[in-house]
Design a protein around this ligand. Structure first.
Ligand code: AMP
Length: 417
């Protein structure tokens, strides 16, 4: 038997309802804020991620699925959605005529991580991106959409954490302060953290190394170093959140695992699984379009992991069968009724029922077994009665049986249901 590589999984038909529910809710919410779906390729040039996601990030250092194609070009399975969206924005010169540009995506991402509960090598994210608005109302809108989306999934126990990482002007000052602070603990740092210190000291705030947990407690906070403009931006965002009653917490140690963030970063966490877990991550990336060779256009967005979301939703009661169409099983016993069957199927579909056309080679009792297993509401027996223009129908829940005339069959069925 050929199995599956580590860290990937099938989403079987029995599990797919929750995926469809999440995707449907996402589309509804995102589209109601006038975001349109974009579908970018699964693989891109490796450079897109090294330049954008960033050379100091765990993703680029050790988690990318990178390979050479037959012509020796380096390609990478996308580890996150933002770079592809921004590339598409620039390549299609959207900035000339179409900003602000508001898009969302839903799809698989790939990271070579150690698989564990809720962490996979192929996983799925949905996210939104907004390009072309500098004003903090955009930061607010992005957070609001994420919150609203989670609320619509009945996830109530959520907390928004925000921070500001400053801009090109003030970030170097903060960076230097972090560098100086952590350098005084250099002898205590693990090898990985020493490397982080060299490459990008902001990463150390993200470190899960045991020693670091204590050290980073007293590390300088970005909010003490950001410039007046960044400060004002942050204050306005807080004001919007206050007005719309979105509870939030300022987490001055919040950094995100991607290099391109500027100013606002945020996470939405929940304690449904016990420890506090991030479910949504996002922020502003005002330099990314320029990094990719485009004009200076600001951007921001968030991404959410669908597998982790499903893990959370499994802890709360969700009835997904509510809007399911009722199932009618057609048990074909008379082999000469093709015209009638095709006609009836079309009528039932038109009336928004689901139908299961039984295998005509099966004996009667197997039809009933299958209809029960499928939880059909009704079984329609197409047998010799048809010669008398009659049809037997059975309601499985109650066992009630009726002989109906074929000419008003559909309206009679509606009464039985
Ligand atoms: P990030 O793109 O790293 O900011 O991650 C955003 C969200 O994607 C996280 O909060 C997770 O829910 C999800 N995520 C990230 N990596 C994985 C993974 N390997 N497997 C499953 N979900 C993931």
């Amino acid at each position: 038997m050929i199995g599956l590589p580590r860290g990937v999984q099938d989403i079987m038909p029995s599990e797919v309802k929750i995926w469809q529910f999440i995707e449907k809710t996402a589309r509804e919410i995102f589209e109601s804020y006038n975001y349109q779906e974009i579908r970018t390729p699964i693989f891109e040039f490796t450079e897109l991620f090294t330049k954008g996601t960033g050379e100091t990030t765990d993703i680029v250092i050790k988690e990318m699925y990178t390979f050479l194609d037959k012509k020796g070009r380096s390609l990478t399975l996308r580890p996150e959605g933002t770079p592809g969206v921004v590339r598409a924005f620039i390549m299609n010169k959207i900035y000339n005529l179409n900003i602000p540009w508001k898009v969302y995506y839903i799809g698989p991402m790939f990271r070579y991580e150690r698989p564990q509960a809720g962490r996979y090598r192929q996983f799925h994210q949905l996210g939104v991106e907004l390009l072309g608005i500098k004003d903090p109302i955009a930061d607010f809108e992005i957070i609001k959409i994420a919150v609203e989306f989670l609320k619509n999934l009945n996830l109530a126990n959520i907390e928004v954490e925000i921070n500001s990482l400053g801009c090109q002007k003030c970030r170097p000052i903060y960076r230097k302060a972090l560098m100086d602070y952590f350098a005084s603990f250099k002898h205590e740092l693990s090898e990985i953290d020493k490397e982080r210190l060299e490459r990008n000291p902001l990463r150390l705030l993200d470190s899960k190394e045991e020693k670091m947990i204590e050290i980073k407690e007293k590390a300088p906070s970005a909010l003490d170093y950001i410039c007046g403009e960044c400060q004002e931006h942050f204050e306005k965002l807080k004001n919007y959140l206050n007005i719309s009653n979105i509870p939030y917490k300022i987490n001055p140690k919040l950094v995100r695992g991607l290099d391109y963030y500027t100013r606002t970063v945020f996470e939405i966490t929940t304690d449904i699984l016990g420890a506090q877990n991030a479910i949504v991550g996002g922020g502003r990336y005002d330099n990314l379009v320029e990094i990719y060779g485009g004009p200076p256009i600001p951007g921001l967005g968030f991404a959410l992991g669908i597998e982790r979301l499903i893990l959370l939703l499994s802890k709360i009661d969700l009835d997904l069968s509510l809007d399911e169409k009722k199932l009618i099983y057609l048990a074909i016993i008379d082999q000469n009724s093709n015209n009638f069957i095709i006609d009836l199927s079309e009528k039932l579909i038109e009336k928004k029922y689901r139908i299961e056309i039984g295998d005509p080679s099966l004996p009667l009792k197997n039809h009933l077994k299958i209809a029960n297993r499928l939880k059909a509401e009704l079984v329609i027996f197409i047998d010799s009665l048809i010669k008398e223009e009659k049809i037997k129908v059975k309601k499985l829940k109650t066992g009630e049986e009726r002989i109906l005339n074929i000419y008003n069959l559909v309206s009679e069925l509606e009464i039985m249901l």
